[in-house]
Every structure is written in C-alpha cells, then in structure tokens.
Design a protein around this ligand. Structure first.
Ligand SMILES: [Zn+2]
Ligand SMILES: [Zn+2]
Ligand SMILES: [Zn+2]
Length: 767
C-alpha cells in the first residue's frame, strides 16, 4: 500500500500499532475500500475531495473553550485508549497513530505535556520533524483552523502524494513562486533572488506563503518574520490563524507552506438549508484535498464550490498585500541629523564619577563628585532611590570616571582615568549599576578612530576606515532589534558534521559597549588633533550604502590575495558587496574553490595589494603587529600530533583519538576552507565554517582557513605532525586592511579604496 521502506522505525511502529488495534486497522482499510476520492479540476489547480465518514468527530468537533474544558484531553497520556501505543521522539514529543485517518499512513505527533496548540516557539521542532519524517508530509492546524485539540500541542504527519498542492508541487506550483523581498535579507536581491527565503504562491485558490529552506538552515528567523507580518489572531493572546503543511525533498530541501486563514469554517457549514456542507478545513483541505463526512456533500461539491471554500477561509488580496509589506519592512529611515549613540561604559555595584560641568536632573542642577549604588533592583543616589537616572548636560557635557577598569566585561585589565563628553544614563541591571554615555556620533567616532588607528597611516586609508566604523555604528543603531538572523553561536551539529559560525550579539540596554566586543571607546582624552581626527572630520556623516540601507562593512587584516564570499564564513546569504575578487586592480573574480587551483595559489606569491614587504607600513596598520609576527601573506605552521588531538578533543568535546588526516572538503572562491574532514582513529567528522576550523586547529587561532595540509612522518600509519601552509590573516571578507593601506600609500583615494573592497556600494553623506 505504500512505497515507503518498511524498515524505517516509524513505519514499523505504524504496522505494529495496526496489528494491535483492530478498530483503527479497519479505518485504515476503509480508506482504500469505502472512502471515495474524486478530482476537482479548476482553472489553475487540481483539487480533490475525499468522502470520509469516520472524520465526523473531527469535522463536528466543538472547539470552543467551554466544550474543550469539559472533555478529557485525548492527547494526554492518562486519557488515551489502552490500545494506543506511542513512540518517544526528540524534544518531548510522542508519535501516535492517528485513529481517524485521512492518509494511508497517518500519525499524530503530540507534545508529551499538556500545553496549548501554539507554533511560534515550536517551529524548530517542526523543522526537525520534516527531516525526521522525510518520507511524509508534516502539518499543523492552528487552534481555530481545524485543530480538534487546540488545548494540546500537536502536529500530524502522513503519506506524501495525496494532497494536491504537494503532489503537483514541482510542476504546477514551484515554478510560479514569487520571491518576497525581505528587508534584512535584501542583499540577496541584486541580480538573482535567493533560492531560500519567503515566497508567495498566488496561483492557488487561496494565497499561500512559502518558506523554502534546507534541513541544514534554521528557518525559524524566516518563519518568525512571516508570523509577525500575518494578520493578527482573533484576540491579542491568540496566534495568527494558520495552517502549515511541509515536506522535505530528497536533496534535503524543505518546502513549508503557510496558509493564512480568515475563518475557521466556511459559511456553508452554518447554513440550515439544503446548501449546508459539513466541511471544516484543516491543513489537508487547505492543500486541496477536501474532506466531506457525508455522501451528499461528496456528490454535489463542484470544482467551483471547492475553490470558493478555500478562498473564503483563506485571506484576501488586501491582507496578503499588507503581509508582504510587513515582511519587506518599512524602509529604514536613514538619519538626517547626527544621531546620539548610547555607549555602555561600565557596570559595577557602585559607580563613582565627577561631573566637570553642570548637569540637570529634573529641576536640580548637579555638579561635582557623585556616587550611585545598586540597591534592591533600583539605584541609590544621595540617599534616595530611583528606577533610572538620566543626567542632561548644560552644554556639551564633561565627566570623569576615576581609575576604572575599562570595558563592561573587564577582560581587558587596565585602570585609567577617563573623561567623556555628552549625557549620562544610569540603569540597574543584574545586581549592578550600568553607566551609559549618550554621545554624539562624530565625538564617539573620533575617540574610537584616534585610539584604534595609528595616525601615521596613509590618510586615505584612515578615511576609508572612518567610514567603515561610522557605517558599523549607525547600522548597529538603525537595525537594533530588527535583526532576523540569529546571534551568538549559529549552525548545527549532527553525527557527521559540526558546522558553526559566530554572529555578534546585540546589547539590550544600549547601542554598543565600550569594549573590544563592539569598538573600543576610551573617552575624549583619546581625541588628539592628528590625521585620525582629520579622517573623521573630513568624512563627517559619510556612510557606505547599498540599496537604501547602510552596509555591513566587514573587514579583515589580510585577504591573502583573493577576497572571500560571505557565505563561506557565515550564514548562507549572497551579499552582492561581499563577493570574491582578487586584491588588485583590475580585480578579477576569484575562483579558488578547486583544490588544485588553491594549492597552486597558496604556494605562489602573486602580485596584489596586500602582498607587501613594507614592514614600516605594517607596523603602523596593525595594532598587534610586532617583531614576533611572522609573515602572514603566506605562512606555515607545524602542529605535533599530540597537541592537535588534544586540541580537537578539547574544542569539540569529542574524542577523535589520534588524528590520521585533515582533508579539505569545501573551499570558497577566495580559497578559504569552509569545511574540513577530520579523520581520527576513533571518529571522523566534517568541521566548519571558517572560524571554527581556525579555532579548532590552533589555540591562538590559525591566521586563516586558506591553507593546504601536509602530513608529517608517520608511525604505524599515524602522522606525527601536520604542516599547514596558508595565505592571509582573518576571514578575508570585505576590506583587506593591509591591501587598503597599500592602496592609500599608492595614492588611491578613500572612494576608490571602498569601491574596490565593497563593489556595488555608494558613499552617502547623511548629515
Ligand atoms: Zn492534553
Ligand atoms: Zn559590545
Ligand atoms: Zn588583500
């Protein structure tokens, strides 16, 4: 009856259950003998209808709160029939055979604990189920969209090939998807739209939003964007009305259909004349397989009525358009005046500081030494308790922090008196007082550039760096709380692979911290009148723009000759200004993905901007550069077996045993490895992406992941060491600092430098 491999454990479970539960076994047999199905071809789509008398329970289910409260929950362990078996799944779910089937194989996947039907937090589990049940479709009925147990969180899974939208997907629907531009994802829109993302399907009787993703890509940011954009639920506490139906293709790609709903049931359901029809659509009906519980309805339903029912319970054109607009996001309002930046300076249980000019606190004028302490979730200042203290300077503002450790996280151990301009906000947080400096963008930037950049560097390079730094800080402020990508450690781990990348996390209480985590900011004492300051003032208000938004202007120390593409280091996004190009003019697109090409390239010393012997220039550009720093345009390290195996075990938490081989699996066109296969005597795994490879192979991080591997002498088949020969320093995406400095020295101006490293962007003066 099914082409699915009966060795799959959930299929075995399915047949075991049928053997032990005759009533349900009979219902599954009835599906083939008694439940008739007929096709309902309409203009564009092929719908169908199934006569299924056993579904009467579900179609007539009373799902109002009172009725639900009165009945025992049939998905809770305690109330399920004795015959009903279950299989435990990950994340506290239980697999149950659905006793009222629509599909030849039909499961209910119920949460172990009784909790309301709600998808927002559970989307990741849903996506996992698509992979776990890759032979089936997996679907979700929202609380007022066909779920007969809205009080108990559950999904369903069933045979592929029966629901028309899935059955005819490849030919009738997928080719007609319209990509919806997503604001934070707009970089993917240049020439060709992203393959993965949110799409609209409009050649179906009801509008369908489609998330196309891959089992290895966490689609929850996309889903959450869509969820927030949908028409709101019937009440503020309820989720938007939706059905979800999805499946995984053989290549791991996942199709997730989201059917927004305007109605629980169509009008015909409530009629009391002959035109009444007991159709109560859930995900399967929305996907085009309409279930009727009586013969009359089955006989008289026409393609047109089926079409009308779906479009009636779905959302209209206006709501669809509004949803799309919300997904796009309103255009970010670029600032037209110099914004004030909120910088988290430090946190401590007591903070003392001196106001060197008059500040206002309500009607009071304050000056001189102050001390604020944390007390009971609030702030204690001059004997009074406040939830928050905001001090507004009379003029520019001027205050001093005596001998404090610099940086909010204190990993940078240094005591120093610091002076700041601007306003002060004090907040209680986590048992401590947090001091936030409200400072004008250009003042902040002058301090950052003066303390981070050597002012004897070429001036055009300093200007390019000032614009990058300004773009970063303003983007940070502009995009705050609007990110749809994840933060912190991202990626996935399974039995074959460990793939990780790192995204900077956002601060909640302020825009940026004063530490290296964001940009090091040490107050106004750092601002000295030199070339660094000149670079800031001469580029006042200028930022890097792509498609009406401020760019993510990433940079690294040395690209090694070819810049890398963004997606080999971070998320799978195509960003048109982070493409792979050689570091010379004219720049030719890089193509070092091929192992042989990469080897040839790394073993050579090609002419490019960052291939420089100018030691004096290097000294000026790189903070960390000293005499111990070896060459990094081309470098070599040898790692002894013992150190390597210990290191890998420590970083992955997995004992690989002795390391037998390190094999490149995937390289970006810039030559940087994004996946490497680590073969040990105990286990073998693929590790990625770029930074994870560097981190796992060396305590001090390898200079880059653009390397080739040579095995050292072997003892009993175990190499005693590995020699890595590599190119460049850092991820290689965006501006190559060394290359840019050389360009500056060679007489290119900052506009040419930025155009070279961030193609397709423009420079815009905001204020
Ligand atoms: Zn329950
Ligand atoms: Zn920070
Ligand atoms: Zn370079």
């Amino acid at each position: 009856m099914s082409s699915i491999d009966s060795n799959i454990s959930y299929i075995r479970f399915f047949y075991q259950q049928l053997e032990l539960w005759p009533v349900v076994n009979q219902r599954f047999s009835d599906l083939h003998t008694q439940c008739k199905t007929k096709e309902l071809p309409t203009g564009h789509s092929r719908l169908s209808v199934q006569f299924n008398p056993a579904r009467i329970q579900s179609a007539k289910a009373k799902t109002d709160t009172q009725s639900i409260q009165k009945r025992p929950c049939f998905l809770c362990d305690a109330n399920r029939p004795n015959e009903q078996m279950h299989q435990d799944l990950e994340h506290d779910y239980r697999l149950l055979v659905n006793p009222f089937p629509i599909l030849p194989i039909h499961f209910t996947i119920a949460a172990k604990h009784h909790q309301p039907q709600s998808i927002f937090q559970e989307f990741t589990s849903y996506q996992n189920m698509l992979n776990q049940f890759s032979e089936l479709i997996v679907f979700y009925n929202g609380p007022r969209c066909g779920a007969s147990a809205p009080d108990h969180l559950h999904f369903q899974a069933g045979s592929k090939g029966y629901v028309p939208i899935e059955k005819y997907w490849n030919t009738d629907y997928e080719p007609f998807l319209q990509y919806i531009r997503q604001k934070d994802d707009l970089h993917t829109m240049s020439e060709k739209p992203s393959h993965y993302g949110i799409f609209l399907l409009s050649n179906f009787p009801t509008p369908v939003f489609v998330i196309r993703t891959h089992k290895y890509i966490d689609a929850s940011p996309l889903f959450h964007t869509l969820y927030r954009a949908l028409p709101s639920g019937p009440s503020p506490s309820e989720e938007p009305m939706i059905n979800i139906l999805g499946w995984q293709k053989e290549n791991g790609e996942q199709i997730i259909l989201v059917f927004p709903r305007s109605k629980h049931r169509p009008d015909v359901y409530f009629r009391d004349d002959d035109s009444r029809m007991s159709v109560s659509p859930g995900a399967i009906d929305m996907g085009g397989l309409i279930i009727t519980i009586n013969q009359e309805d089955f006989d008289r339903i026409t393609p047109q009525t089926a079409h009308d029912i779906l479009s009636e319970v779905g959302i209209g054109k206006k709501e669809t358009q509004e949803t799309i607009e919300k997904i796009h996001g309103r255009e970010y309002q670029l600032p037209e005046q110099e914004p004030v930046i909120e910088v988290g300076i430090l946190s401590h249980n007591v903070i003392s500081f001196t106001l060197n000019e008059t500040y206002h606190f309500g009607n009071q004028e304050i000056i001189g030494e102050q001390s604020v302490a944390f007390t009971d979730g609030k702030l204690l200042w001059n004997g009074k308790v406040y939830p928050k203290i905001e001090l507004i300077p009379e003029h520019e503002g001027d205050f001093t922090l005596p001998e404090v450790m610099i940086g909010i996280q204190f990993h940078w151990q240094k005591k120093e008196t610091q002076t700041f301009k601007g306003g002060i906000t004090l907040l209680p947080d986590n048992g401590q007082v947090v001091l936030v400096n409200r400072v004008k963008t250009e003042t902040y930037l002058s301090s950052v550039i003066c303390s981070e950049m050597n002012s004897t560097s070429p001036i055009e390079f300093l200007k390019a760096s000032a614009i990058i730094s300004r773009s970063w800080i303003l983007a940070q402020k502009l995009h705050k709380n609007k990110k749809t990508t994840s933060a912190g450690v991202c990626g996935y781990t399974n039995d074959k692979e460990i793939i990780r990348w790192y995204e900077q996390s956002e601060h909640q209480l302020f825009d940026v911290c004063a530490d290296d985590h964001c940009q090091r900011y040490q107050g106004t004492r750092r601002i000295t009148s030199n070339n660094s300051l000149k670079a800031v003032t001469e580029t006042r208000g200028e930022v890097l723009i792509f498609d009406h938004d401020i760019c993510d202007a990433r940079f690294s120390k040395c690209c090694g000759g070819v810049r890398e593409e963004y997606r080999y280091c971070w998320d799978e996004l195509h960003i048109p200004y982070f493409t792979s190009h050689q570091d010379k003019i004219p720049a030719i697109a890089g193509n070092l993905s091929d192992e042989k090409e990469a080897k040839k390239w790394i073993e050579s010393s090609p002419e490019c901007f960052c291939n420089t012997q100018d030691r004096d220039l290097l000294h000026r550009i790189l903070n960390q550069y000293d005499h111990r720093t070896k060459d990094f345009f081309r470098w070599q390290v040898t790692i002894p077996q013992k150190e390597l195996s210990r290191r890998i075990k420590k970083e992955t938490g997995i004992d690989f045993g002795k390391i037998i081989d390190l094999v490149p699996v995937e390289r970006g066109p810039g030559g940087h490895l994004s996946r490497i296969k680590v073969t040990g005597t105990h286990c073998t795994k693929i590790i990625g992406k770029e930074l994870e490879i560097r981190r796992i192979l060396s305590k001090t991080h390898l200079y880059s992941s653009a390397f080739i591997v040579e095995k050292g002498e072997e003892e009993n088949g175990i190499p005693q060491s590995f020699t890595l020969r590599g190119a460049g320093w850092g991820h290689g995406v965006g501006m190559c600092q060394i290359g840019a400095a050389v360009m500056g020295k060679k007489g290119y101006d900052y506009k040419e430098i930025l155009k070279h490293y961030y193609p397709n962007t423009t420079i815009k003066k905001l204020y």
